[in-house]
Structure formats: structure tokens, C-alpha cells
Design a protein around this ligand. Structure first.
Ligand code: XIL
Length: 334
């Protein structure tokens, strides 16, 4: 579905493509872009064995492979859907060996210069693969994911805890990633910073991204939007406005809205909440805010990473939930 010039996406894991007959109708009727749920993350693309075997030549240039991306690429092309490249630089789902001297999990960490070379070659190789082979497929790239967190961060909020990018490159690792992405994206796709709980930290995000923004290294901010019914939507839309006022393109990248238990009343409240999100986005969009895409983080409750919270638009039988009937009409002005 493409409504009000907004791309509407869903996160799709490879197991959906292996049972495509079961899902194709639901997916293609409601969505026109896909985010691979895990298949384009560094732990899916980086090839540990290949990198170790190729040492010392691979020391600054780890090996990667794109096998995990084949199902989404094939289906996106055959259905005309666009794909979000999620994600290049993240503290999570990135193998420990990538940061060490000998490419083993227990090895000593490399220093800043080596890790910057590995970051540059990784970003170069992934972006070039898509530019060279599928030039029209990717509509946006999550260059950096989740780099700012008050509790897990340093004085500026840059995530230090459990973050090997911080441990090796240092507190400007997110800026360096944006710099390399800009260098190798050839103006082909929107370059995004993507984060959770954006509504609670918009100023921290904006101040940390300011240099990159001033230098033209970033296009937009992805608001993940893993929400729970009842969370303060005033804060949510205020954050959106702040980002838009600072000149960023906006995309909602991972929307899901949890409820505690699956009662009729909770499903109704969830529908109402989905409806308010849709209304808010449609009216911001109508008043000129640069929101270009909205992705729901999964298809059905059964597939959701938060499946105990029933957070999506389709139930376990792939039937539309009350939320579906509030969400799409309001979002698309039908
Ligand atoms: C989640 C996936 O949905 C899970 O399947 C996986 O086990 C962990 O990651 N923020 C992100 C997403 O940017 O990539 C995460 O996806 C959810 C939180």
C-alpha cells in the first residue's frame, strides 16, 4: 500500500519467504516495502570463517556474504517492494570476533585505526553490493542503530556499555559510520540514524547528530516506535516535530504497540492507540512534515519479537485485528 506518498512497510524474517504462499496475500495487500528483520544485520553478513582463513590479508577488511539476503531481494523484486537496509553499525547483533586481532571471539580488541578500516570496508562492501547489483531496491539505510542512551551512555549519552564500537573506535564511532556511508552511498539512498525511545531523548539525539547534520552526512531519523498502549503520545509527536524542525526526514521504522493480555477491551484500546498514531502522522504529513515511510515491526502477533504482548495488526491466524481497521483508513485517508 502506498498512501499519501508514504511508504508502508513491514519487517519480514526469512521464514516468511520460505512459506510465502501462506503470507503473500496479507503482505502484498498491506505493505509495499520490507525491512529484513535480522538478515542484513552484521551478524548475518559477516563471514567469520572466511575472515579468519584469509588472515593476514583480511586484517583490515573482513569478509562478508549475502546469502541471508537472497529471499528478501528476490521477493521484493518480484512484488515491486522496496527494502530498508537495516543496519550497518550497531552494538548488538554484531559478532565479537569482528573487533579482535585474530578474528576470534576471545581475541584482544584492535585499536581505533584498524577498526576504522574495518568499519569503512564493511560499509563500502555492503553499500556497493546493493548499488552495483540492485540499484533501485533500497530506499533507506539505517547507518547507525541505537547509539545514544542516557543510562548506558557516556556524559553525552553515547552508548558505552556493551558496545565494542565505542571500546575500539571511541565516542565518535557513529559520526565515522555516517561519514563512510555518505562517502560510499553515491547519493543513492536516504541515510538514517535509527533509535528506540526517541520520544524520551530527542534533544540528546539532535545534539549528538549536529555535526554530522551540519556536514550533510545524514538525511533522516528513524523512530523505531516500540510502544505500549498508554504511552504518552504528546511526547511522541513532540519528538517528531523537533526532528522535523531540525531539518530531518522522518521515518517510523519499527512500530509495534504492546498490550498486557489479549482481552477484548485491550484490543479495542490498542486499536484506538494505533488510530491515534495514524491520525497524528497523517495530519503532520498533511501540514508539510517530511515523513516518508512507516514500517510495522512484523506481520502477525505470532511472528512478533514481542509475541507475548500481541503488538501487531494481524493475529496468529493472519486475520486483521481491530487495530488494522483503525490504522490503515486513518493513515491513508480512505
Ligand atoms: C529484533 C528482532 O525482531 C529479533 O528477531 C531479534 O532477535 C532481535 O532484534 N531494535 C532494532 C531491531 O533495531 O533490529 C530489533 O529487532 C528490535 C529492536
Amino acid at each position: 500500500m502506498k498512501c499519501n506518498s508514504l511508504y508502508i512497510g513491514t519487517a519480514v524474517p526469512n521464514r516468511v519467504f520460505s512459506e510465502w504462499g501462506k503470507y503473500s496475500d496479507v503482505v502484498t495487500k498491506s505493505f509495499n516495502c520490507f525491512t529484513p528483520e535480522n538478515e542484513m544485520k552484521p551478524d548475518a553478513l559477516l563471514d567469520g570463517e572466511g575472515s579468519r582463513a584469509a588472515l593476514p590479508e583480511s586484517y583490515t577488511h573482513a569478509k562478508i556474504r549475502f546469502l541471508s539476503c537472497e529471499p528478501i531481494i528476490k521477493t521484493a523484486i518480484s512484488t515491486g517492494a522496496k527494502v530498508r537496509l537495516h543496519t550497518l553499525v550497531w552494538h548488538s547483533q554484531t559478532p565479537d570476533w569482528f573487533f579482535t586481532e585474530d578474528y576470534t571471539d576471545g581475541g584482544a580488541l584492535v585499536g581505533r585505526d584498524v577498526m576504522l578500516c574495518r568499519m569503512e570496508s564493511y560499509i563500502h562492501d555492503v553499500l556497493s553490493y546493493f548499488i552495483d547489483n540492485y540499484p533501485d531496491l533500497i530506499y533507506a539505510v539505517d547507518v547507525v542503530n541505537e547509539a545514544f542512551d542516557r543510562d548506558a551512555g557516556d556524559d553525552s549519552g553515547v552508548r558505552r556499555k556493551n558496545n565494542k564500537w565505542y571500546a575500539t573506535v571511541g565516542d565518535d564511532y557513529y559520526y565515522q559510520a555516517l561519514r563512510f556511508a555518505k562517502k560510499y552511498s553515491d547519493g543513492k539512498f536516504g541515510l538514517f540514524y535509527n533509535d528506540y525511545a526517541c520520544m524520551y531523548k530527542p534533544d540528546m539525539i539532535l545534539s549528538n547528530l549536529k555535526n554530522a547534520r551540519d556536514e550533510g552526512l545524514i538525511d533522516g531519523i528513524g523512530m523505531q516506535s516500540h510502544l505500549t498502549v498508554g504511552e504518552n503520545l504528546g511526547l511522541y509527536f513532540d519528538a517528531m516535530k523537533k526532528f522535523a524542525d531540525a531539518g530531518y526526514e522522518l521515518q517510523v521504522t519499527e512500530l509495534d504497540i504492546g498490550i498486557k493480555e489479549k482481552s477484548k477491551e485491550n484490543l479495542r484500546l490498542q486499536a484506538e492507540y494505533y488510530g491515534k498514531i495514524a491520525d497524528g502522522i497523517a495530519s503532520l504529513k498533511a501540514s508539510g512534515t517530511n515523513i516518508t515511510a512507516l514500517t510495522v515491526w512484523g506481520i502477525s502477533d505470532a511472528l512478533s519479537w514481542r509475541h507475548g504482548e500481541y503488538p501487531l495488526l494481524f493475529d496468529e491466524n493472519l486475520l486483521p485485528k481491530p487495530a488494522y481497521f483503525e490504522f490503515f483508513p486513518k493513515l491513508c485517508g480512505i
